[in-house]
Design a binder for this molecule. Structure first.
Ligand code: HEM
Length: 553
């Protein structure tokens, strides 16, 4: 006679449409995580023992081999108490039902994790969160260069080392803060900014260059000399993986676009005076170009700067200024006698900012700014007076490329979410993936993100090979077209994902919360840093300028 222990399967029993959990489970971490260590010391129960606790006031449930005592929690359960007393749930293994309704991270929250009283004899958990720094094993969840067994002509071991460290940093330091700030709408805490500054992430977001000299990058995992645009792109991608669109912007996007004009066109004195504090996260900055009067039409701006001895007197307004609410400096486009000039304006008398309510969270600090006869030292002029348009236009390339890098990572996350959901969701008694229409949408989403990734990598490679000026001349058109393509695919992917998730894509909490946020905000990529249609048009116009005179069919 086998003992009771022998009779117990070492896996949970399988239902006819048992989910293929292995598909969304990652392999064990190389080092046992706390998650698994806690398991070891847990009390063990048999299935029969758990089954006895199946009534109101005495309710145990098994989820992924773990036994939870929900006797007191049932009345507080957000999904209601009665769903827990149902047959097939109370006293039973409710794993499939649970993962059809909840995201796995619920079970890792301390208030819910403490409901676990033990584990089932002979069973091991199959679902676990990714350890910080770990890669997802879901197909297409990572770009090819990070997928086991694939090669890349662009990425080296230096990029791989850097990516591992960056993912760990963003998961551990940024992810929890992102979730908090997205919900509260409050700006990112100084504590997180300090940690980003210490790892030199703020400086690295500006790309390779002299500003990195002598800095220890992410604890020294790469040197400033080897740091290139692929490294920088990794930072944008890792940030976008753990953050909502608003948090991506809230985490100092204003600095990424506001500082380059100072570094490229400011005097040495000005650079030395303002840049160190900005890169140390002690001061904040934004790029103030667009106005209610003119957005993509930079030449139509109305903010004026009039000379008064050693000062400019600036009067006007700016709108949609990312991070403007908490900025100490504004890299500002102004109309001057002989055209357009860029000035660095410090917050002070005559400068006021107010938050604009937008579709996305106010964590981005989007501002309406009023300059009322602000006195700005002439020494704060960036570039030649009247030549501001080229200062701004050259700055756009890097900004648009950054938007592309973030957008692709966000789209990839949506592909991962959809693959997981379609695989685990049971409808009409079968997984969602058994529907051809769902597989067709997944095919379109995967193809788009892979197309974007490949074009992005080819453009990034060119950036590594060109000087800043060469980039302005040769890459403005291709980057404009790339951004147009990527923001369009983003919106199509948001649409597909919403249809795959159904009603869950319309709620801010629960299974579809990432889809809901992405769907709501994917339009930002199409507008910010240059409207999609304008960029497409610019790409074509630039190509037309380069048409050889002798070209004929
Ligand atoms: C340890 C056990 C459980 C915990 C800690 C838990 C916790 C939660 C939480 C936090 C939510 C809100 C999710 C959100 O909208 O963000 C929720 C919703 C829900 N739960 Fe549970 N739950 C547990 C077990 C179960 C089980 C076994 C069932 C099976 C019937 C269930 C059914 C539901 C339902 C129907 C909802 C509403 C889902 C929706 O609005 O889409 N829960 N649960």
């Amino acid at each position: 006679m086998p003992s009771q222990r022998d009779e117990l399967p070492n896996r949970r029993s399988t239902s006819p449409h048992r989910l293929d959990l292995a598909a969304y489970i990652t392999p064990p971490c190389p080092q046992p995580s706390l998650y698994f260590m806690a398991e070891k010391s847990m009390k063990e129960f048999s299935l029969e023992e758990v089954a006895k606790h199946n009534t109101e006031g005495d309710l145990w449930i098994i989820i992924d081999s773990k036994v939870y005592d929900l006797s007191r929690f049932a009345n507080l359960h957000p999904g209601g108490g009665n769903v827990l007393y149902a047959e097939g749930v109370a006293g039973k293994d409710a794993t499939d039902t649970f993962f059809g309704l909840h995201r796995q991270d619920i079970l890792t929250k301390p208030q819910y994790a403490r409901l676990q009283i033990g584990k089932i004899i002979g069973q091991e958990p199959q679902v676990r969160p990714l350890a910080p720094g770990e890669l997802s094993q879901v197909p297409y969840a990572e770009p090819t260069w990070l997928s086991k067994g694939y090669s890349s002509p662009y990425y080296t071991d230096s990029h791989r080392r850097f990516q591992t460290a960056a993912r760990k940093f963003f998961m551990e330091v940024v992810a929890p803060e992102s979730a908090r700030c997205e919900e509260s709408g409050k700006r990112i805490s100084q504590e997180v900014v300090d940690k980003m500054a210490e790892a030199n992430i703020i400086a690295m977001r500006l790309g390779p260059g002299k500003h990195l000299k002598g800095r220890k990058l992410l604890g020294g995992v790469v040197t400033p000399e080897e740091f290139d645009y692929f490294h920088e792109g990794i930072i944008h991608a890792e940030l976008a993986r753990v953050s909502s669109r608003a948090v991506v912007d809230g985490l100092l996007a204003g600095l990424v676009i506001g500082v380059p004009p100072i570094l490229n066109y400011g005097s040495l004195d000005l650079i030395e005076k303002v840049v160190p504090d900005l890169l140390a996260g002690k001061k904040y900055i934004s790029l103030a170009i667009s106005e209610a009067f003119a957005g993509s039409d930079v030449a139509g701006l109305q903010t004026t700067a009039v000379r008064d001895g050693d000062y400019w007197i600036v009067t006007g307004t700016k709108k949609w200024i990312t991070n403007g609410v908490f900025s100490d400096y504004f890299t500002t486009g102004c109309r001057t006698d002989n055209g357009f000039t860029v000035l660095l304006i410090e917050r002070g008398p005559g400068v006021s900012t107010k938050q604009i309510k937008t579709t996305y969270s106010s964590v981005a600090g989007t501002a309406y700014i009023t300059f009322d006869k602000v006195r700005v030292p002439v020494a704060n002029t960036l570039g030649e007076v009247g030549n501001g348009l080229s200062v701004i236009l050259s700055n756009f390339n890097h900004e648009r490329w950054m938007v592309v890098a973030c957008s692709i990572a966000a789209q990839r996350l949506i592909v991962e979410e959809c693959l997981k959901w379609a695989n685990q969701r049971i409808v009409f008694g079968k997984p969602l993936t058994s529907q051809a229409v769902i597989r067709s949408r997944l095919a379109a989403m995967i193809s788009r993100v892979e197309a974007c990734q490949n074009w992005y990598e080819s453009v990034t490679y060119q950036m590594n090979k060109m000087s800043y000026n060469e980039m302005s001349k040769k890459l403005a058109g291709p980057i404009g077209l790339l951004k147009q393509f990527v923001s369009r695919t983003g919106r199509e992917t948001a649409e597909d994902a919403t249809l795959i998730f159904g009603g869950r894509a319309l709620t801010q909490t629960g299974m579809g919360r990432i889809i809901e946020n992405y769907h709501k905000t994917s339009g930002f990529d199409a507008i910010l840093a240059g409207a999609e249609d304008v960029l497409g048009d610019m790409g074509v116009r630039q190509a037309l300028k380069k048409m050889p005179r002798d070209a004929r069919l």
